[in-house]
Each structure stands twice: as C-alpha cells, then as structure tokens.
Design a protein around this ligand. Structure first.
Ligand code: PEP
Ligand code: MG
Length: 593
C-alpha cells in the first residue's frame, strides 16, 4: 500500500480502478540546430502544428455539453494562449535567430513565460502557467506527429492523466468517471472546476502518479485530504469505505435541508445568499438553497476578452440574471477591477502597491466612460424589479456622493432617451476599508444597505496582502480588530435602520458564522457550494449560544485565544457537522517559506 500526496480540489471519496487518459510520455524533446535553408520550413512546421491544434480545440468547443459551459470559456483562453505572440511569436523568433528546431524553440518560449509568471503575486494568475504548459504540450504532441485521440472508457473508472485539457472534456464520457487525478494542476486549475461540476472527488498536482500507478490498479481517491491510496490494505479500505459512506450521508443530509430557511431553533432568521461570478453558477445557487445573489462580481465579464463589453451585452447579462433569480434579490457590484482582479482590456498600470492603488471605485472614477456604460446597463436591467447595486472599496463620503452623482447622471440620460428603469433602485456600499468602518454611522445615512467585504477588510486592517503567501498565516478573520470592526458596522447599520450583510470568505466558515449571528447580522453571502452546510449549522444553533460566544470573543485579547476558544465551543456544539470542514482558522501559525 502506498499513499501519493496532491492538492485536494473537489471533495469526496471514490474507490475504483485507474484508467490513464494520457501520460506525459514525451521523453526528452528532440533538440537540433538547423542548416539555414531549413529555418523557414521549420517555422512553417510550427505554424501548422499550432493551426492543427487550434482547429481541434475549436471543434471540441462546439461539442461541449451545456452543463460544462465554463469549459468553453477555458477553451477560449487556451485559444488566446495559442495565438499569443508571447508564445508562438517568441518560439518562431528562437527558430529564426538561433536556428533551432521547433520543439526546442517552443520549450524555450515556455521557460521564458514560466519565469515571468513566477514573479506574479497573485496565485490565480501564477497558476495560469499550467494552461500555457498544457497548450504547449499539445502543440509538442502535434509536432511529434501524434493526433488527439481519446481512449474509449469501458466501465466506470478513476480517470488519471498527466493533464486533462478542457478540449478533452468534450470527448470524455463524463458519466463513467468516478474521480479525477492529475499530475499537473494547482488549486484553481480547470480539473477542479470540472470535478466540482460533475460532483466527483479530484486531486491534482500528484507528481508521482505516472511512475506509481498502472491502468487497472485499485485506488482510493480522497478529495477531502488530497491523497491517492494505492492498492489499499483491507483494513485501510474498510476505513476509507466507511469515511466515504459518512461523507455521502452527510452530503445527502445537508442537501435535503438546504431549501429550508436559515433560521435558528429559537426563531432568529438569517438570509443566506450566494456570491457568484458567472450566470452558469445560477443553477447551483438555486439547487443549494441560495435565497438570492448577495454579490455578483461583475468584473468577470470584462476578463479574458479582447474588447470591453458593450452596454447592450451587460444589460442582457444583468437582466438574464435578475429574471432567472426572480423573485429573489440580486445585488450587482459595480466593476471591482485592479489589484488581484486583473482586467487586460483596461491595460496594466505601473503601480508599486496595486492593492493600495487605482482599483475598484477609484478605477471607475478614472475611467468614467466605462463606469457610465455599466451603470446604464444596471439601471436598464433594474426594470426586473429585484436588482440592487453596490459600490466596492468606498473609503469615505466623497466617493459615495461621486458614485451616486454618476448614477443620477445615468438616470437622467436614460430618462431623456426614453428608457425605463427602477427609480427606487436600492444602492449600497461594500464596507471593506478601515476608514469606512470608523465612520460607519455617517455612511449609513447615505445608502440603503451595507455589505461587509471581510476579504479586503482583513487585508487592509491587518496590513497584509491577501495574495502574498509569506503573510497568509496572519490572515486571521477572528483577530480582535476585525471582529470589533464587523460589530461596529453591524451596530451602525441597525441604528440607521438599514440592512447589513457579510460577503467575505468568513461567511462560509462554520466557525465564524455563529459569531456573526451573535451580532444579529441580517444576511450572509457565500460560495454556492457551501450554502447547504452553513444553513445546517444555522438551523441547529440557538441565538443564546451565539450571543454567549460573541461575548467571549469580544472579551478575548488575542486571536490565538479566540481561535482556541471558538474551535472548542463550535466542536462541542456541532460535533457531527465539522468533520469534513477545513476552516479559515486552521491556517498555519508560523510563516510560510
Ligand atoms: C471581500 O473583499 O470580502 C469581497 C467579498 O470582495 P472580493 O473578494 O471580490 O474583493
Ligand atoms: Mg473586496
């Protein structure tokens, strides 16, 4: 029995036989220098291989089933990589200037990009180097004369691969796959997206996979802890089967109750809504019992495309979202681009500290035409009747007034042009800067609701870059300063008679939610997959317990003490609920190296 370690990207446990979709099998790449006469033809050979692969993936895109539409977007990004001059152009320049063969030149172009990606701060964008490697690997295969061929899967299997490209997805018989394991891939890779869409466990980044596993081997994929157990001994197999059974029973149980309201035993009602980035996520929200969209991150419609979206496109997108969700409410956040949310169509700025720079509302005020287009689209879609709008990263009164003035201007334009809109559109702000927290009473008079963005509030309150792994151990949601800030905002909102919600990652952490409930927060908004589990916690809690816990937390002088206290209390109150959770409180206490 052996255990291979990787990164868990989709929860669950599966036991089955291994089936390799592909192996790296590349062996050493051929490296040759070419006589001058062959340089031109070698560039044509590379162009042909690229074109062949581009055609294959374009055809695959057409065949992608509707429920895997996210993969069509990934395919688009692979096409962009394929055609990007930084890859193909640089490779061709190497053929021309160094007189080397196409395989070698492409490999050198990828190595250059690897260096550039390594320097990026943001994990998501660093992970995109995997896409570059996948794309270049497939071009290398075409150069070696191989064609895309998917082996037929005969029975239900654990699919293993060096990498599963989104183009492969179109040809896979997904109902025969019990789990996914790959050598390539990181936390945000599309293998995880695919597995979560299919509801099967997945582990990626298993470097030893190809050496240790053969077709037909019995394996257990544990997507909870990120391990693959090979030829398990009888005892281990029994233990894992038991865990699999418990997990499935737990999942089935939380799904059964997910459409019930988020209400405590003693009748306190908390709205539970979803954070989403794309329309494709709506079915999951509805299936998982989401009571509305508390945060629609609109920036994703501006990413991965050559041109900015038009007013008409945005209007249609927002209207579709509101119509599908109706009568549930949908809160559209205006463009929060910049810093960790890079939008290439807006160009890159030379900023030393992008998180403290021209992002979110500041960027919108800088590009007023782009902001106006979005505000007009939101207002027009507001005829649906269930839309609210909120502005991100508000630091003070002036910004709210400026943003509201732009909204008024958009209204005036639309009125003049004869467009309809909801004149009473609720307008709120994200509370995610310490300056806004300090003057919450003043800001509450200006808006219809607050939504607390703890991802940024923690970053800015504790002075730690949320994308920097060296300080990620300091990212502590229950730091006394953070807890007091949230409490202050909730109290200020209630004194002013407006609603207050929380939409940071904290809202999906069962160790944090009871504390927020103790503050009597009105709503939480979280990732759709986490809604059933969090609702179950709410429905088993009492307001008295939550208030008592909050009292203890507010008295605690340090985050270490708070975390210990909260873990002990929550485990005692919900012993059966927490065995499958990894909490934000589980961060390492020591710095990463
Ligand atoms: C937040 O900052 O908590 C938030 C929800 O917004 P985002 O993560 O998109 O910055
Ligand atoms: Mg934020």
């Amino acid at each position: 029995m052996a255990t291979l370690k990787g990164i868990p990207v989709s929860a669950g446990i599966s036991i089955g036989r291994a089936f390799f979709l592909n192996r790296s099998g590349a062996g050493p790449l051929p490296r040759q220098t070419l006589p001058e006469a062959l340089v031109g033809p070698e560039m044509v050979r590379l162009d042909r291989a690229i074109e062949q692969f581009a055609q294959e993936i374009e055809q695959a895109r057409e065949r992608i089933p509707a429920d895997l539409r996210e993969h069509a977007l990934i395919i688009d990004s692979h096409l962009m990589i394929l055609k990007d001059p930084k890859l193909s152009g640089v490779a061709k320049r190497y053929i021309q200037t160094l007189g080397i063969n196409a395989e070698w030149a492409l490999d050198k172009a990828v190595a250059d990009l690897e260096k550039a990606f390594e320097a990026l701060d943001d994990q998501y964008f660093r992970d995109r180097i995997q896409d570059v490697r996948t794309v270049s690997g497939r071009v290398q295969a075409r150069l070696a004369g191989q064609t895309a061929e998917i082996r037929a899967i005969e029975s239900r299997v654990v699919l293993m691969a060096h990498d599963v490209s989104p183009a492969d997805t179109a040809s896979l018989e997904t109902d025969k796959i019990m789990a996914l394991v790959t050598v390539q891939g990181g936390k945000t890779s599309h293998t995880g997206i695919l597995a979560r869409t299919l509801g099967i466990p997945a582990v990626v980044g298993v470097t030893e996979l190809e050496r240790e596993v053969r077709d037909g081997d019995l394996v257990v994929v544990d997507g909870l802890r990120g391990v693959v157990v090979l030829s398990p001994a009888e005892e281990e197999l029994a233990r894992l089967s038991d865990l699999k059974y418990q997990f499935e029973a737990y999942q089935a149980g939380i799904m059964r109750g997910c459409h019930l309201p988020g209400e405590t035993i003693d009748g306190y009602r908390l709205k539970v809504k979803a954070n989403i980035e794309m329309l494709e996520e709506v079915p999951t929200v509805v299936n998982n019992g989401g009571e509305g969209i508390g945060l629609y991150r609109t920036e994703y419609s501006y990413m991965n495309r050559a041109k900015l979206p038009t007013e008409e496109e945005l209007y249609q997108e927002y209207l579709d979202l509101a119509t599908i969700m109706s009568p549930r409410r949908v809160t559209l956040r205006t463009l929060d681009a910049g810093a960790d949310k890079f939008v290439s169509t807006l160009g890159s700025l030379d900023e030393r500290n992008p998180a403290l720079g021209l992002r979110a509302i500041r960027l919108c005020m800088h590009h007023r035409d782009i902001f106006m287009t979005q505000l007009r689209a939101m207002l027009r879609a507001s005829v649906a009747g269930n839309i609210s709008v909120m502005f991100p990263m508000i630091s003070g009164l002036r910004e709210i007034r400026q943003a509201k003035a732009m909204l008024a201007e958009a209204r005036a334009q639309l009125r003049q042009e004869g467009h309809r809109f909801n004149a009473d559109l609720p307008v709120g702000i994200m509370m995610e800067l310490p300056s806004a927290v300090m003057i919450a009473e003043i800001l509450a008079r200006e808006v219809d609701f607050f939504s607390i963005g703890t991802n940024d509030l923690i970053q800015y309150s504790l002075g730690i870059d949320r994308t920097n792994r060296y300080v990620s151990h300091m990212y502590q949601p229950l730091h006394p300063a953070v807890v007091r800030s949230i409490k202050h905002v909730v109290d200020a909102a209630h004194q002013a008679g407006i609603e207050v919600s929380l939409c940071g990652e904290m809202a999906s952490d069962p160790f944090c939610v009871p504390i927020l409930m103790g503050m009597q927060i009105d709503c939480i908004s979280l990732t759709p997959q986490a809604i059933p589990g969090i609702k179950r916690i709410i429905r088993q809690a009492t307001m008295d317990d939550c208030k008592n816990l909050l009292k203890l937390v507010l008295e605690s002088p340090s985050v270490t003490r708070t975390n210990a206290l909260v873990q002990e209390t929550i485990f005692r109150q919900f012993p059966d609920e927490l065995m499958f959770y990894s909490s934000l409180l589980d961060r390492e206490e020591s710095p990463a190296h």
